[in-house]
Design a protein around this ligand. Structure first.
Ligand SMILES: Nc1ncnc2c1ncn2[C@@H]1O[C@H](COP(=O)(O)OP(=O)(O)OP(=O)(O)O)[C@@H](O)[C@H]1O
Ligand SMILES: [Mg+2]
Length: 605
């Protein structure tokens, strides 16, 4: 006998109020997305992540400074050698020559040791930092709510690249490159100081020229950062394309669309290549200028120094010390800028990493807050629920949905495609929060429960079961709500028996230890689905959600799976989205959903 869900006593939300809520949410999201991080913040954050390795950076820097100091030291010894040749006595010349050669030899040994330690310390810490960033990023990705994964910019291709490329770029800078930067700066400072001490006029000229070298590099920094940013966006698109094609290889192969995929992929690569070619000319011209700038500076110092020597103001020794130390300084000042591409790509990678680590989902499964649901009965109620997907706020999906499912009963949702049935189920899982209105479990709004504890009482079996490569046991254990070590073989077998799959598993030569293949490809659709049901039952949920669990199966396996589902539904609240009569047959109550609201419902018993 049809009854109507009560909808009248609670005030309905006007469209205006909903638009206001949507706008507020959008503004919040934009504020978060626009966040930029300064170099200092980035440095502080990454140092914080790798804090316990600070001594490695200290030792590495000491080695780098020693290494950087070898160049000006080389300059002094070289000047000594040149002025030694001026002696008229061949014995003195020879003695001086030997001594200078010995000094060069010592510098070579010192430099070898310093380079070795510099690279060792910097590379080891960077590798540890990268590992930490990868694990932190991965747990941050898993922590995000479903809304995050609905957004275009968080597709699988982009997420894979942010797990593999971004930490690698940071590694590039935080490791050997950082050592080289410290070394270059050490050479620059030591060279300038030695130049000023031995030949102050030349030293000052070199110092005065440093800003010119730095400015050339700064311009390059701007050019490269812009280019890097554009390239990155463009390549994310092609990565997504490749990822989608590989992920759906069966569809691609069965439609013989490989050539189309290759063509689309090549086309998606062309755009970035064109932009990169265009900017390459520009940025390389500036790079060339900044590199050649060092030679201009050396030419200037040589000209000025030779005049000072000619005027008798400086000795040859002073001249050569001044010339050599400023030459090394100028070259290193130019070299610092060759790290710019590394720095800029590491900076944008680091910004991405930090925004990922900082982005807090609204529905946070790791949050310790919220009540722990105990003794759950499984009473589900939707009260005036309005909902739109955050990624498509223009489309009203649920409009004032009201429904009640009594504990331990079997409810079926029926309705046309796109009317909001799966959405209703997702709201029960709390994958999204309602725009307005409330979903209750046992009379308490589900938003008041602790997210992960709440989800432990719920299990979902959907149309396409997702299995992972590994054994059958591994896949079933994924459903466990308690630690795996506490799960007995008996519990696993009971779940499998109730899912009608135990006999099949036991008939396999390797039983529960049989590998299922990637995405469960070595099993039939019905077997996969029954393993998914066993996985759902292992957590002994109070609420079982079935989203067209049998619709992808042929009628034979559908029958077996439906039997499994009927067994599984016993003793718990079950909400099934039905498209076949067999799913509805055993329902205690049927809800007819239309235009995002439960239009009518029937008690069948
Ligand atoms: N992640 C999403 N982002 C944006 N819109 C979505 C999303 N998922 C579903 N929608 C839209 O929400 C509406 C309801 O979808 P829903 O999946 O709930 O329908 P359904 O009743 O389960 O349909 P079907 O019987 O075909 O599975 C549809 O218009 C759909 O396009
Ligand atoms: Mg659906």
């Amino acid at each position: 006998m049809p009854t109507r869900e009560s909808q009248t006593n609670t005030p309905r939300l006007t469209a205006c109020a909903i638009t206001e809520i949507l706008e507020q949410r959008n503004q919040q999201r934009e504020r978060h997305a626009d966040h930029q991080y300064g170099a200092l913040t980035i440095f502080r954050r990454f140092f914080g992540i790798n804090r316990e390795n600070w001594h490695m950076y200290l030792f590495g820097s000491i080695a780098a400074i020693a290494n950087g100091g070898t160049y000006p030291a080389f300059g002094i010894v070289y000047a000594k050698g040149i002025s030694g040749f001026q002696s008229t006595d061949p014995h003195v010349r020879r003695h001086d020559g030997d001594r200078v050669a010995l000094w060069f030899f010592l510098i070579a040994i010192l430099s070898a040791i310093a380079i070795g330690f510099q690279n060792l310390f910097f590379a080891t810490t960077a590798a540890q930092l990268t590992n930490k960033i990868r694990s932190l990023s991965f747990s941050a990705i898993l922590r995000q709510d479903i809304e995050y994964f609905d957004e275009d910019e968080h597709n699988t291709g982009q997420l894979t690249s942010s797990l593999s490329d971004n930490p690698q770029k940071v590694n590039g800078l935080a490791g050997v490159t950082l050592g080289a930067i410290v070394q270059a700066i050490a050479t620059l400072i030591c060279g300038t100081i030695i130049g000023i001490i031995f030949a102050w006029k030349l030293g000052l000229v070199a110092l005065a020229c440093t800003p010119v070298l730095f400015s050339a590099g700064y311009i390059r920094l701007r050019v490269v950062v812009l280019k890097d940013h554009k390239n990155k966006r463009a390549h994310e698109q092609s990565a997504q394309l490749a990822c989608e094609a590989a992920g759906a290889i069966r569809t691609v192969a069965s439609l013989t669309r490989e050539d189309d995929c290759i063509r689309l992929y090549s086309e998606s690569l062309e755009g970035p290549l064109r932009t990169s070619n265009r900017s390459a000319v520009y940025s390389n011209a500036i790079y060339a200028l900044s590199q050649a700038m060092s030679f201009f500076v050396i030419a200037l110092i040589f000209w000025y120094g030779s005049r000072l020597v000619a005027d008798g103001e400086f000795s040859t020794f002073q001249f050569f010390v001044g010339l050599m130390s400023s030459t090394f300084s100028a070259i290193q000042a130019g070299n610092v800028f060759s790290f710019v591409p590394d720095i800029s790509s590491a900076k944008s990678a680091a910004t991405d990493i930090i925004s990922l680590l900082d982005s807090m989902p609204e529905i946070d499964a790791e949050s310790p807050e919220g009540e722990i649901a105990t003794d759950v009965q499984g009473h589900i109620r939707f009260e005036n629920v309005h909902f739109r997907y955050p990624s498509r706020p223009g489309v009203r999906v649920l409009r004032d949905l009201n429904l009640t499912v009594e504990p331990g009963t079997y409810a079926a949702l029926v309705g046309a495609s796109g009317c909001g049935k799966s959405t209703t189920i997702q709201l029960i899982e709390r994958f999204y929060d309602t725009l307005s209105g409330t979903v209750y479990l046992d009379g308490r709004p589900i938003t008041q429960y602790n997210v992960s504890e709440y989800r432990k009482h719920i299990a979902l079996v959907s149309q396409e079961p997702t299995l992972y490569s590994g054994t059958i046991r591994f896949n079933i254990l994924l459903g466990a709500a308690k630690p795996r070590s506490e799960i007995t073989q008996e519990e696993i077998e009971t779940a499998c028996r109730n899912a009608n799959i135990l006999d099949f598993i036991e008939s396999l030569p390797q039983g529960f230890d049989t590998e299922v293949g990637g995405k469960g490809s070595q099993l039939s659709g019905g077997q996969k689905q029954r393993i998914a049901i066993a996985r759902a039952l292992l957590r002994n949920p109070k609420v079982l959600l079935l989203d067209e669990a049998t619709s992808a199966l042929d009628s034979n396996s559908e029958k077996v799976v439906q039997e499994a589902l009927d067994k599984a539904a016993k003793g718990r609240t079950t909400i099934a989205i039905a498209h076949r009569l067999s799913t509805i047959q055993n329902a205690d109550r049927i809800f007819f959903v239309k235009d995002g609201a439960a239009q009518r419902s029937w008690h069948t018993r």
